[in-house]
Design a protein around this ligand. Sequence first.
Ligand code: NAD
Ligand code: MG
Length: 397
Amino acid sequence: MKQVAVLGATGSIGASALDVIARHPQRFRASVLAAHRKVDELVALCVRFKPDLAVIADAALEASLRDKLAAAGSSTRAAAGQAALAEAVSGDLCDSVVAAIVGAAGLESTLAAARAGKRLLLANKESVVMAGPLLLDAVRDGGGELIPVDSEHNAIFQCLPASQSNRGRPELGAAGVRRILLTASGGPFRGKKRADLAAITPDQACAHPKWSMGRKISVDSATLMNKGLEVIEAHWLFGATPAQIEVVVHPQSLVHSLVEYADGSVLAQLGNPDMRTALAHALAWPERIRAGVAPLDLVAAGSLQFEAPDRDTFRCLDLAYRALAAGGTAPTVLNAANEVAVAAFLEGSLPFLAIPELIEATLDAISAEPVAGIEHLLHVDLTARRTAQIKMQRGFC
Ligand code: NAD
Ligand code: MG
Protein backbone atom coordinates (compact mmCIF):
# COMPACT_ATOMS: atom_id res chain seq x y z
CA MET A 1 0.00 0.00 0.00
CA LYS A 2 1.47 3.35 -1.05
CA GLN A 3 0.85 6.29 1.26
CA VAL A 4 0.23 9.48 -0.70
CA ALA A 5 0.36 13.09 0.48
CA VAL A 6 -1.84 15.40 -1.59
CA LEU A 7 -0.77 19.04 -1.25
CA GLY A 8 -3.38 21.34 -2.75
CA ALA A 9 -6.04 18.71 -2.01
CA THR A 10 -8.91 21.18 -2.40
CA GLY A 11 -7.80 22.27 -5.87
CA SER A 12 -8.43 20.96 -9.35
CA ILE A 13 -5.37 18.68 -9.50
CA GLY A 14 -5.94 17.63 -5.87
CA ALA A 15 -9.49 16.49 -6.72
CA SER A 16 -8.26 14.53 -9.75
CA ALA A 17 -5.51 12.87 -7.69
CA LEU A 18 -7.97 11.88 -4.97
CA ASP A 19 -10.37 10.53 -7.59
CA VAL A 20 -7.64 8.18 -8.91
CA ILE A 21 -6.58 7.20 -5.39
CA ALA A 22 -10.21 6.36 -4.51
CA ARG A 23 -10.41 4.01 -7.49
CA HIS A 24 -7.52 1.90 -6.13
CA PRO A 25 -8.08 1.39 -2.39
CA GLN A 26 -5.80 -1.69 -2.35
CA ARG A 27 -2.88 0.25 -3.84
CA PHE A 28 -3.05 3.81 -2.55
CA ARG A 29 -4.11 5.64 0.56
CA ALA A 30 -4.29 9.41 0.99
CA SER A 31 -2.29 9.75 4.21
CA VAL A 32 -1.76 13.54 4.26
CA LEU A 33 -4.12 16.18 2.87
CA ALA A 34 -3.19 19.85 2.73
CA ALA A 35 -4.95 23.04 1.66
CA HIS A 36 -4.49 26.79 1.94
CA ARG A 37 -7.59 28.27 3.62
CA LYS A 38 -10.64 26.13 2.77
CA VAL A 39 -11.09 24.48 6.16
CA ASP A 40 -14.58 23.11 5.53
CA GLU A 41 -13.56 21.48 2.25
CA LEU A 42 -10.45 20.03 3.84
CA VAL A 43 -12.47 18.59 6.73
CA ALA A 44 -14.96 17.05 4.28
CA LEU A 45 -12.04 15.38 2.46
CA CYS A 46 -10.68 14.10 5.79
CA VAL A 47 -14.06 12.55 6.64
CA ARG A 48 -14.06 10.80 3.28
CA PHE A 49 -10.39 9.77 2.97
CA LYS A 50 -9.41 9.38 6.66
CA PRO A 51 -5.80 10.60 6.32
CA ASP A 52 -3.41 10.55 9.27
CA LEU A 53 -2.75 14.27 9.01
CA ALA A 54 -4.47 17.38 7.64
CA VAL A 55 -2.42 20.54 7.15
CA ILE A 56 -3.86 24.00 6.64
CA ALA A 57 -1.19 26.32 5.25
CA ASP A 58 -2.67 29.46 6.80
CA ALA A 59 -1.45 29.10 10.39
CA ALA A 60 -4.26 31.34 11.70
CA LEU A 61 -6.75 28.58 10.83
CA GLU A 62 -5.20 25.82 12.94
CA ALA A 63 -7.75 26.00 15.78
CA SER A 64 -10.61 26.12 13.31
CA LEU A 65 -9.30 23.02 11.54
CA ARG A 66 -8.83 21.15 14.83
CA ASP A 67 -12.30 22.06 16.11
CA LYS A 68 -14.05 21.19 12.87
CA LEU A 69 -12.24 17.84 12.57
CA ALA A 70 -13.33 17.02 16.12
CA ALA A 71 -16.90 18.15 15.46
CA ALA A 72 -16.99 15.92 12.37
CA GLY A 73 -15.85 12.93 14.47
CA SER A 74 -12.63 12.63 12.48
CA SER A 75 -9.52 11.13 14.06
CA THR A 76 -7.22 12.93 11.57
CA ARG A 77 -4.58 15.04 13.33
CA ALA A 78 -4.35 18.74 12.46
CA ALA A 79 -1.30 20.88 11.72
CA ALA A 80 -0.81 24.34 10.26
CA GLY A 81 1.71 26.57 8.54
CA GLN A 82 4.33 26.23 5.82
CA ALA A 83 6.82 24.48 8.11
CA ALA A 84 4.19 21.86 8.97
CA LEU A 85 3.67 21.23 5.25
CA ALA A 86 7.37 20.61 4.69
CA GLU A 87 7.54 18.41 7.79
CA ALA A 88 4.50 16.38 6.71
CA VAL A 89 6.10 15.41 3.39
CA SER A 90 9.54 14.72 4.89
CA GLY A 91 8.70 12.03 7.42
CA ASP A 92 7.25 8.51 7.41
CA LEU A 93 3.67 9.53 6.76
CA CYS A 94 3.99 9.24 2.98
CA ASP A 95 5.88 7.51 0.14
CA SER A 96 4.61 9.77 -2.65
CA VAL A 97 3.76 13.46 -2.75
CA VAL A 98 1.35 15.09 -5.19
CA ALA A 99 2.77 18.64 -5.40
CA ALA A 100 -0.38 20.49 -6.49
CA ILE A 101 -0.15 23.78 -4.64
CA VAL A 102 -0.48 26.69 -7.06
CA GLY A 103 2.40 29.13 -7.46
CA ALA A 104 5.63 29.85 -5.61
CA ALA A 105 3.84 28.91 -2.39
CA GLY A 106 4.50 25.29 -3.37
CA LEU A 107 8.28 25.60 -3.59
CA GLU A 108 9.25 24.81 -0.01
CA SER A 109 7.12 21.66 0.28
CA THR A 110 8.11 20.47 -3.21
CA LEU A 111 11.79 20.81 -2.31
CA ALA A 112 11.20 19.10 1.05
CA ALA A 113 9.56 16.09 -0.63
CA ALA A 114 12.45 15.86 -3.10
CA ARG A 115 15.08 16.06 -0.34
CA ALA A 116 13.28 13.34 1.60
CA GLY A 117 13.53 10.97 -1.37
CA LYS A 118 9.80 10.68 -1.99
CA ARG A 119 8.21 10.00 -5.34
CA LEU A 120 7.40 13.54 -6.37
CA LEU A 121 4.36 13.88 -8.64
CA LEU A 122 5.04 17.38 -9.87
CA ALA A 123 2.09 19.54 -10.92
CA ASN A 124 3.44 22.72 -9.28
CA LYS A 125 5.37 23.91 -12.36
CA GLU A 126 6.16 27.26 -10.71
CA SER A 127 8.62 25.53 -8.36
CA VAL A 128 10.68 24.10 -11.23
CA VAL A 129 10.55 27.45 -13.07
CA MET A 130 11.79 29.25 -9.97
CA ALA A 131 14.35 26.75 -8.80
CA GLY A 132 14.92 24.09 -11.48
CA PRO A 133 18.56 23.20 -10.71
CA LEU A 134 17.99 23.21 -6.95
CA LEU A 135 14.97 20.95 -7.32
CA LEU A 136 16.84 18.49 -9.54
CA ASP A 137 19.74 18.44 -7.08
CA ALA A 138 17.29 17.75 -4.25
CA VAL A 139 15.76 14.85 -6.20
CA ARG A 140 19.22 13.40 -6.88
CA ASP A 141 20.48 13.86 -3.32
CA GLY A 142 17.24 12.54 -1.83
CA GLY A 143 17.38 9.45 -4.04
CA GLY A 144 13.69 9.65 -4.95
CA GLU A 145 11.91 10.12 -8.26
CA LEU A 146 10.32 13.04 -10.03
CA ILE A 147 7.41 12.14 -12.30
CA PRO A 148 5.96 15.13 -14.14
CA VAL A 149 2.19 15.53 -13.88
CA ASP A 150 1.85 18.56 -16.16
CA SER A 151 0.17 16.81 -19.10
CA GLU A 152 2.76 17.87 -21.68
CA HIS A 153 5.71 16.85 -19.53
CA ASN A 154 4.04 13.64 -18.53
CA ALA A 155 3.58 12.96 -22.26
CA ILE A 156 7.26 13.72 -22.97
CA PHE A 157 8.30 11.51 -20.05
CA GLN A 158 6.26 8.71 -21.62
CA CYS A 159 7.78 9.28 -25.09
CA LEU A 160 11.41 9.39 -23.96
CA PRO A 161 13.41 6.16 -23.53
CA ALA A 162 12.81 4.76 -20.03
CA SER A 163 16.44 5.31 -19.05
CA GLN A 164 16.16 8.95 -20.08
CA SER A 165 12.89 9.85 -18.43
CA ASN A 166 13.84 9.61 -14.82
CA ARG A 167 17.39 10.90 -14.67
CA GLY A 168 18.41 14.39 -13.71
CA ARG A 169 19.56 16.65 -16.57
CA PRO A 170 20.31 13.97 -19.18
CA GLU A 171 21.89 14.68 -22.53
CA LEU A 172 19.00 14.48 -24.95
CA GLY A 173 21.24 14.20 -28.00
CA ALA A 174 22.95 11.11 -26.61
CA ALA A 175 19.57 9.40 -26.52
CA GLY A 176 19.00 10.26 -30.16
CA VAL A 177 16.42 12.94 -29.37
CA ARG A 178 16.35 15.85 -31.79
CA ARG A 179 13.47 17.98 -30.48
CA ILE A 180 10.65 18.20 -28.04
CA LEU A 181 7.34 19.41 -29.48
CA LEU A 182 5.31 20.95 -26.71
CA THR A 183 1.64 21.23 -27.61
CA ALA A 184 -0.56 24.14 -26.50
CA SER A 185 -4.34 24.36 -26.80
CA GLY A 186 -4.03 28.05 -27.68
CA GLY A 187 -6.39 28.90 -24.80
CA PRO A 188 -9.79 30.60 -24.99
CA PHE A 189 -8.53 33.47 -27.18
CA ARG A 190 -6.83 31.54 -29.95
CA GLY A 191 -7.25 33.42 -33.24
CA LYS A 192 -7.95 36.74 -31.51
CA LYS A 193 -5.78 39.83 -32.00
CA ARG A 194 -4.67 42.40 -29.43
CA ALA A 195 -7.55 44.76 -30.26
CA ASP A 196 -10.02 41.96 -29.40
CA LEU A 197 -8.47 41.42 -25.97
CA ALA A 198 -8.60 44.91 -24.43
CA ALA A 199 -11.74 44.36 -22.33
CA ILE A 200 -11.34 40.69 -21.40
CA THR A 201 -12.83 39.81 -17.98
CA PRO A 202 -11.44 37.20 -15.54
CA ASP A 203 -14.40 34.88 -16.20
CA GLN A 204 -13.80 35.03 -19.94
CA ALA A 205 -10.10 34.28 -19.43
CA CYS A 206 -10.90 31.35 -17.14
CA ALA A 207 -13.35 29.72 -19.57
CA HIS A 208 -10.86 27.30 -21.08
CA PRO A 209 -12.18 25.42 -24.12
CA LYS A 210 -10.65 22.04 -23.26
CA TRP A 211 -9.39 21.84 -19.68
CA SER A 212 -11.11 22.55 -16.37
CA MET A 213 -8.43 24.05 -14.08
CA GLY A 214 -7.78 26.48 -11.23
CA ARG A 215 -8.07 30.19 -12.02
CA LYS A 216 -4.37 31.07 -11.99
CA ILE A 217 -3.35 28.43 -14.55
CA SER A 218 -6.46 29.23 -16.59
CA VAL A 219 -5.30 32.84 -16.96
CA ASP A 220 -1.79 31.58 -17.74
CA SER A 221 -3.30 29.46 -20.52
CA ALA A 222 -5.16 32.48 -21.89
CA THR A 223 -1.96 34.60 -22.04
CA LEU A 224 0.21 31.65 -23.22
CA MET A 225 2.41 32.20 -20.15
CA ASN A 226 1.43 28.68 -19.17
CA LYS A 227 3.28 27.44 -22.26
CA GLY A 228 6.17 29.76 -21.46
CA LEU A 229 6.46 28.31 -17.96
CA GLU A 230 6.25 24.85 -19.52
CA VAL A 231 9.14 25.59 -21.91
CA ILE A 232 11.29 26.40 -18.87
CA GLU A 233 9.93 23.32 -17.08
CA ALA A 234 10.87 21.12 -20.08
CA HIS A 235 14.33 22.67 -20.18
CA TRP A 236 15.05 21.60 -16.62
CA LEU A 237 13.19 18.30 -16.48
CA PHE A 238 14.55 16.91 -19.74
CA GLY A 239 17.80 18.79 -20.26
CA ALA A 240 16.49 20.34 -23.50
CA THR A 241 18.05 23.55 -24.79
CA PRO A 242 15.61 26.35 -25.76
CA ALA A 243 16.32 25.59 -29.42
CA GLN A 244 15.31 21.95 -28.84
CA ILE A 245 11.84 22.94 -27.59
CA GLU A 246 9.20 23.95 -30.12
CA VAL A 247 5.72 25.07 -29.15
CA VAL A 248 2.94 23.88 -31.45
CA VAL A 249 -0.68 24.97 -31.03
CA HIS A 250 -3.06 22.01 -31.18
CA PRO A 251 -6.60 23.15 -30.37
CA GLN A 252 -8.12 19.68 -29.86
CA SER A 253 -5.78 19.01 -26.88
CA LEU A 254 -5.64 15.30 -27.65
CA VAL A 255 -1.92 15.09 -28.51
CA HIS A 256 -0.31 16.08 -25.21
CA SER A 257 3.22 16.49 -26.61
CA LEU A 258 5.73 14.75 -28.90
CA VAL A 259 9.39 13.74 -29.00
CA GLU A 260 11.27 13.78 -32.31
CA TYR A 261 14.24 11.43 -32.74
CA ALA A 262 17.30 11.70 -34.99
CA ASP A 263 15.98 9.01 -37.35
CA GLY A 264 12.85 11.07 -38.08
CA SER A 265 10.54 9.12 -35.77
CA VAL A 266 8.15 11.29 -33.80
CA LEU A 267 6.53 9.70 -30.76
CA ALA A 268 3.41 11.26 -29.30
CA GLN A 269 1.20 10.58 -26.30
CA LEU A 270 -2.51 11.01 -26.91
CA GLY A 271 -5.55 10.90 -24.69
CA ASN A 272 -8.63 12.82 -23.68
CA PRO A 273 -7.84 16.09 -21.90
CA ASP A 274 -8.25 14.80 -18.34
CA MET A 275 -5.48 15.18 -15.76
CA ARG A 276 -6.38 11.84 -14.17
CA THR A 277 -4.41 10.10 -16.94
CA ALA A 278 -1.15 11.85 -16.00
CA LEU A 279 -1.86 11.40 -12.29
CA ALA A 280 -2.63 7.68 -12.63
CA HIS A 281 0.52 7.25 -14.73
CA ALA A 282 2.65 9.07 -12.16
CA LEU A 283 1.11 7.27 -9.18
CA ALA A 284 1.57 3.77 -10.60
CA TRP A 285 4.67 4.22 -12.82
CA PRO A 286 6.09 1.98 -14.25
CA GLU A 287 2.80 0.09 -14.05
CA ARG A 288 -0.45 1.17 -15.67
CA ILE A 289 -3.75 1.48 -13.83
CA ARG A 290 -7.29 2.66 -14.57
CA ALA A 291 -7.83 6.41 -14.28
CA GLY A 292 -11.56 6.73 -14.92
CA VAL A 293 -10.84 8.51 -18.20
CA ALA A 294 -13.05 7.71 -21.20
CA PRO A 295 -11.26 5.95 -24.08
CA LEU A 296 -10.08 8.27 -26.84
CA ASP A 297 -12.44 8.15 -29.82
CA LEU A 298 -10.30 9.27 -32.75
CA VAL A 299 -13.08 8.87 -35.28
CA ALA A 300 -15.34 11.15 -33.22
CA ALA A 301 -12.44 13.59 -32.86
CA GLY A 302 -12.25 13.81 -36.65
CA SER A 303 -9.22 15.90 -37.46
CA LEU A 304 -6.21 17.04 -35.50
CA GLN A 305 -4.96 20.55 -36.24
CA PHE A 306 -1.52 22.01 -35.63
CA GLU A 307 -0.44 25.63 -36.07
CA ALA A 308 2.27 28.05 -34.97
CA PRO A 309 1.59 30.16 -31.85
CA ASP A 310 0.72 33.84 -32.41
CA ARG A 311 3.68 35.34 -30.58
CA ASP A 312 2.75 38.96 -31.35
CA THR A 313 -0.65 38.75 -29.70
CA PHE A 314 0.42 36.44 -26.88
CA ARG A 315 3.70 38.04 -25.84
CA CYS A 316 4.17 36.04 -22.65
CA LEU A 317 5.61 33.09 -24.57
CA ASP A 318 8.57 35.15 -25.81
CA LEU A 319 9.04 36.70 -22.37
CA ALA A 320 9.53 33.19 -21.00
CA TYR A 321 12.07 32.35 -23.73
CA ARG A 322 13.81 35.64 -22.88
CA ALA A 323 14.00 34.71 -19.17
CA LEU A 324 15.27 31.24 -20.03
CA ALA A 325 17.99 32.71 -22.26
CA ALA A 326 19.00 35.21 -19.56
CA GLY A 327 19.26 32.29 -17.10
CA GLY A 328 20.13 32.47 -13.39
CA THR A 329 17.45 34.29 -11.44
CA ALA A 330 15.53 35.58 -14.50
CA PRO A 331 12.90 32.78 -14.52
CA THR A 332 12.26 33.48 -10.82
CA VAL A 333 11.61 37.14 -11.68
CA LEU A 334 9.38 36.11 -14.59
CA ASN A 335 7.34 33.81 -12.38
CA ALA A 336 6.97 36.31 -9.54
CA ALA A 337 5.92 39.15 -11.86
CA ASN A 338 3.44 36.83 -13.56
CA GLU A 339 1.91 35.80 -10.23
CA VAL A 340 1.48 39.45 -9.24
CA ALA A 341 0.03 40.36 -12.65
CA VAL A 342 -2.40 37.42 -12.75
CA ALA A 343 -3.61 38.06 -9.18
CA ALA A 344 -4.22 41.73 -10.06
CA PHE A 345 -6.05 40.75 -13.25
CA LEU A 346 -8.24 38.29 -11.35
CA GLU A 347 -9.05 41.04 -8.80
CA GLY A 348 -10.05 43.36 -11.63
CA SER A 349 -7.24 45.87 -11.07
CA LEU A 350 -5.07 45.11 -14.14
CA PRO A 351 -6.25 44.81 -17.75
CA PHE A 352 -5.57 41.55 -19.57
CA LEU A 353 -3.18 43.16 -22.06
CA ALA A 354 -1.15 44.73 -19.24
CA ILE A 355 -0.10 41.30 -17.93
CA PRO A 356 2.84 40.92 -20.38
CA GLU A 357 3.69 44.61 -20.03
CA LEU A 358 4.07 44.32 -16.26
CA ILE A 359 6.17 41.18 -16.59
CA GLU A 360 8.40 42.79 -19.20
CA ALA A 361 8.85 45.94 -17.10
CA THR A 362 9.82 43.80 -14.10
CA LEU A 363 12.30 41.74 -16.14
CA ASP A 364 13.79 45.00 -17.45
CA ALA A 365 14.20 46.35 -13.92
CA ILE A 366 15.94 43.35 -12.32
CA SER A 367 19.05 41.96 -13.96
CA ALA A 368 19.68 38.23 -13.92
CA GLU A 369 22.22 36.90 -11.42
CA PRO A 370 23.69 33.42 -10.97
CA VAL A 371 21.64 31.47 -8.41
CA ALA A 372 23.46 31.30 -5.08
CA GLY A 373 20.93 29.07 -3.31
CA ILE A 374 17.40 28.89 -2.08
CA GLU A 375 17.61 31.92 0.23
CA HIS A 376 18.86 33.97 -2.69
CA LEU A 377 15.96 32.82 -4.89
CA LEU A 378 13.40 33.60 -2.19
CA HIS A 379 14.92 37.06 -1.87
CA VAL A 380 14.76 37.60 -5.65
CA ASP A 381 11.16 36.35 -5.67
CA LEU A 382 10.23 38.92 -3.02
CA THR A 383 12.12 41.75 -4.75
CA ALA A 384 10.41 40.97 -8.06
CA ARG A 385 6.98 40.94 -6.40
CA ARG A 386 7.64 44.32 -4.76
CA THR A 387 8.99 45.76 -8.00
CA ALA A 388 5.93 44.58 -9.91
CA GLN A 389 3.58 45.98 -7.23
CA ILE A 390 5.29 49.37 -7.27
CA LYS A 391 5.22 49.51 -11.07
CA MET A 392 1.53 48.67 -11.02
CA GLN A 393 0.77 51.36 -8.42
CA ARG A 394 2.62 53.91 -10.54
CA GLY A 395 0.49 52.98 -13.54
CA PHE A 396 3.44 51.86 -15.67
CA CYS A 397 1.23 51.23 -18.67
P1 NAD B 1 -6.27 25.30 -7.87
O1 NAD B 1 -6.36 26.77 -7.69
O2 NAD B 1 -7.49 24.57 -8.31
O3 NAD B 1 -5.78 24.63 -6.50
C1 NAD B 1 -4.69 25.13 -5.82
C2 NAD B 1 -4.48 24.38 -4.52
O4 NAD B 1 -3.33 24.97 -3.88
C3 NAD B 1 -5.65 24.51 -3.54
O5 NAD B 1 -5.85 23.28 -2.89
C4 NAD B 1 -5.17 25.56 -2.54
O6 NAD B 1 -5.69 25.33 -1.23
C5 NAD B 1 -3.68 25.32 -2.54
N1 NAD B 1 -2.93 26.53 -2.19
C6 NAD B 1 -3.05 27.75 -2.78
N2 NAD B 1 -2.21 28.62 -2.18
C7 NAD B 1 -1.56 27.94 -1.21
C8 NAD B 1 -0.60 28.29 -0.22
N3 NAD B 1 -0.14 29.55 -0.11
N4 NAD B 1 -0.15 27.33 0.59
C9 NAD B 1 -0.62 26.07 0.51
N5 NAD B 1 -1.55 25.68 -0.38
C10 NAD B 1 -2.01 26.60 -1.23
O7 NAD B 1 -5.05 25.04 -8.87
P2 NAD B 1 -4.81 23.79 -9.83
O8 NAD B 1 -5.42 24.07 -11.15
O9 NAD B 1 -5.14 22.51 -9.15
O10 NAD B 1 -3.22 23.90 -10.06
C11 NAD B 1 -2.30 23.47 -9.09
C12 NAD B 1 -0.91 23.41 -9.70
O11 NAD B 1 -0.91 22.42 -10.71
C13 NAD B 1 -0.47 24.71 -10.39
O12 NAD B 1 0.91 24.87 -10.21
C14 NAD B 1 -0.79 24.47 -11.85
O13 NAD B 1 0.04 25.21 -12.71
C15 NAD B 1 -0.50 22.98 -11.96
N6 NAD B 1 -1.22 22.31 -13.05
C16 NAD B 1 -2.58 22.27 -13.03
C17 NAD B 1 -3.26 21.66 -14.08
C18 NAD B 1 -4.77 21.55 -14.08
O14 NAD B 1 -5.34 20.91 -14.98
N7 NAD B 1 -5.47 22.13 -13.13
C19 NAD B 1 -2.54 21.09 -15.15
C20 NAD B 1 -1.14 21.15 -15.12
C21 NAD B 1 -0.49 21.76 -14.06
MG1 MG C 1 0.35 21.72 -19.07
